[in-house]
Ligand binder design. Structure first.
Ligand code: HEM
Length: 492
């Protein structure tokens, strides 16, 4: 049907022929990122697949993706109206709702400003330069203590379960001025099952494309709906508490600053920048949700690579010893001085590509890309995994090798190569937590590795097979062990 409206002289994107009704859903169900990468080798950077009866545009290749998301940013900045997305944040999500107009723009700016204010503001403690550094340092120190305690008591442990609480505490501190205990059951019940979200929000979830599936019972979808409800309920209580204790002369955290916006802007005429009272919780929901899962997943993959490649772990520790020493904690300002550590993080992002696709986009108007006609409201998948494993960009892309990012001599990270790694998206929908996310991965890792050596129990091996979802997870592993590298007085 879409083919009837193609203007003269333009082609529709090529793609595999699918089955009637199902389209290509069978080939795409498992490891969608790998299946679409294979197909892109045959059909090119701009291709069209069908999931159910719905056509989906799939973009690959860094240049093509830059052309679409940056140069033609306005055309490609929409979000599709997908069944699963309607359940996120009551259908009011900044990240998942189909709105990409004035209201979305105003809220995105608001969220960006609030994040900036409550991460870069000076810290009241003398050992940290900004609030973000203070929060991460504190949580990372706590993790070191916790891991050592677990070793004492249990001899081995699953680090994910503790990482996720520490990372959640960083965004909690900024959003609510609050931190949770590692055994807080209410928080654990949410953050420990984020795969319930990831599984359903993955690009290519059949329920989003084959309407009849919405009426059939699905475990994935019911876990997803339940997760979203519980998450919103959890945050609603905290936001209500903030309203009760709100004082305009003492803005404590991001929630307070959103409440302030909401109360102040009431008198203004511009409806786009107003946030109705009930929407404060939705913005907080987006920041908290986006803020804990991606960072935890990245850190957890980092630990998996470190125990798989002990020599690489050792090199990072040698660099930390040489540059920072053992007398003080790592700081955010050390980032530029630790090229090997930085190269490891880039290689972890690239090799794991744990966000294999961005959140799906959609076209906001009829447009043309690389000579192909794309109609308005076309659902678009952006294949970040493909870019990060493209043989045209990377030598031996399947090999894990941090040194690929180091210039000769290993004294500097090659900035141009670093920028080819695609994990935060690009253009108008680019992640608004990128700098906070990168800071967290850096400071958590360097603090952990300065003091601890990670390994798995004798004879055990970690399973690096990624499980497909919005974010690629690995199987949990309970066999992690740590050894203290040295004791620092007053550090823990
Ligand atoms: C969106 C990656 C951390 C907030 C995104 C997107 C990606 C991404 C790929 C989708 C881009 C698109 O659709 O084109 C990551 C990674 C992170 C991270 C890899 C950590 C390593 C964070 C943090 C926050 C955050 C810490 C908040 C504190 C958001 C928001 C959006 C988003 C609100 C939606 C933007 C929009 O739709 O306009 N992120 N993110 N992210 N991220 Fe992040």
């Amino acid at each position: 049907s879409s083919r009837q409206h193609v203007p003269k002289g333009l082609k529709t994107p090529p793609g595999p022929r699918g089955y009637p009704i199902l389209g290509n859903v069978l080939e795409l169900r498992k490891d969608t990122h790998l299946a679409l990468t294979r197909l892109s080798q045959k059909y090119g950077d701009v291709m069209e697949v069908r999931i159910g009866t719905r056509p989906v545009l799939v973009l690959s290749g860094l240049d093509t993706i830059k052309q679409a998301l940056v140069k033609q940013g306005e055309d490609f900045m929409g979000r599709p109206d997908l069944y699963s997305f309607r359940h996120v944040t009551d259908g009011q999500s900044l990240a998942f709702s189909p709105d990409s107009g004035e209201v979305w723009k105003a809220r995105r700016r608001l969220a960006q400003n609030a994040l900036k204010t409550f991460s870069t503001a000076p810290s009241s403690t003398s050992s940290s330069t900004c609030l973000l550094e203070e929060h991460i340092s504190k949580e990372a120190d706590y993790l070191v203590t916790k891991f050592l305690q677990l070793m004492d008591e249990e001899k081995s442990f699953d680090p994910y379960r503790y990482l996720v609480v520490s990372v959640a505490n960083v965004i909690c501190a900024m959003c609510f001025g609050k931190r949770y205990d590692h055994n807080d059951q209410e928080l654990l019940n949410i953050v420990n099952v984020s795969h319930h979200f990831s599984n359903a929000a993955a690009a290519g979830n059949p329920a989003d494309f084959i309407p009849v599936l919405q009426y059939l019972p699905s475990r994935t979808m019911s876990l997803f709906k339940d997760f979203n409800k519980r998450f919103l309920h959890f945050l609603q209580k905290i936001v209500q508490e903030h309203y009760k204790t709100y004082d305009k002369n003492n803005i404590r955290d991001i929630t307070d600053s959103l409440i302030e916006q909401c109360l102040e802007k009431k008198v203004e005429a511009n409806t786009a920048t107003q946030i109705p009272k009930e929407k404060v919780v939705n913005l907080v929901n987006d920041l908290f949700g986006a803020g804990f899962d991606s960072v935890t997943t990245g850190l957890s993959w980092s630990l998996m690579y470190l125990v798989t490649y002990p020599d690489i772990q050792k090199k990072i520790q040698e660099e930390l010893d040489q540059t920072i020493g053992r007398e003080r904690r790592p700081r955010l300002s050390d980032r530029g001085t630790l090229p090997y550590t930085e190269a490891f993080i880039l290689e972890m992002f690239r090799h794991s590509s744990f966000l294999p696709f961005t959140i799906p986009h959609s076209t906001t108007r009829d447009t043309v890309l690389n000579g192909y006609y794309i109609p308005k409201d076309r659902c678009v998948f952006v294949n970040q995994w493909q870019v990060n494993h493209d043989e045209k960009l990377w030598k031996d892309p399947l090999t894990f090798n941090p040194e690929r990012f180091l210039s000769a001599g290993g004294t500097e990270v090659n900035k141009v190569d670093g920028e080819k790694v695609l994990v935060f998206g690009l253009g108008k929908r680019k992640c608004i937590g990128e700098s906070i996310g990168r800071c967290q991965v850096f400071l958590f890792l360097s603090t952990l590795l300065q003091q601890l050596e990670f390994s798995v129990c004798n004879g055990k091996k970690v399973d690096m097979t990624p499980l497909y979802g919005l974010s690629l997870k690995h199987k949990r592993c309970e066999h992690f062990q740590v050894k203290q590298r040295f004791a620092v007085k007053g550090m823990n």
